[in-house]
Design a protein. Structure first.
Length: 177
């Protein structure tokens, strides 16, 4: 075939492919995600043992011998429950995780920020330190939402929730649960 025929052939192929792509209905593709409760799951299915990600590192060499995909099933999902304050999100999420045999990650505790590794509560020294160094916790935020340390409190809340989400993803990818 000569090079002079190539542009005409290419133009014809592009038109034909464009016609096929535009004539096929795109609404026929339905995306679904299923989830199965404990009662409906087959108890005889043997899943591989979870990878001990808390004690061993999953590095490049280990990735050739240890596949995490074989642990995945239809319940390998992260479900995030969000809602208003004191609406029962924690209780609902715990019952949902129990019903579907999933790992429950509770809301992070802010005590982790305010209590040192020695067990000392930093809120006890609030009366001694200057106002810019005082701790803004949930109670302080509700009493005075215009406190000068509210931004740091909100950032710390965000970081604790992000850390919990990353821990949930690490658990999901290493155990499939």
């Amino acid at each position: 075939m000569s090079l002079t025929c190539l542009p005409r052939l290419f133009k014809f192929e592009v038109k034909r492919c464009g016609f096929i792509l535009t004539s096929s209905p795109r609404f026929t593709v339905i995306q679904t995600a299923n989830i199965t409760s404990k009662e409906w799951r087959d108890p005889n299915v043997k899943k591989p043992a979870p990878f001990p990600y808390k004690t061993k590192k999953f590095n490049f060499i280990r990735s050739h011998y240890e596949s995490t995909l074989k642990r995945f099933d239809e319940n390998t999902k992260v479900i995030v429950v969000d809602g208003n304050i004191s609406s029962g999100k924690g209780t609902f999420a715990k019952e949902l995780a129990e019903a579907f045999d999933m790992h429950f990650v509770p809301e992070p505790s802010y005590e982790k920020l305010y209590i040192t590794s020695y067990g000392y509560d930093l809120r006890q020294i609030d009366s001694v330190v200057p106002p810019s160094y005082r701790i803004c916790d949930v109670e302080t935020f509700y009493k005075n939402p215009h406190h000068q340390n509210v931004a740091k409190f909100q950032f710390d809340m965000y970081m604790l929730r992000l850390e919990a989400y990353i821990d949930a993803l690490a658990h999901l990818l290493n155990t499939g649960n």
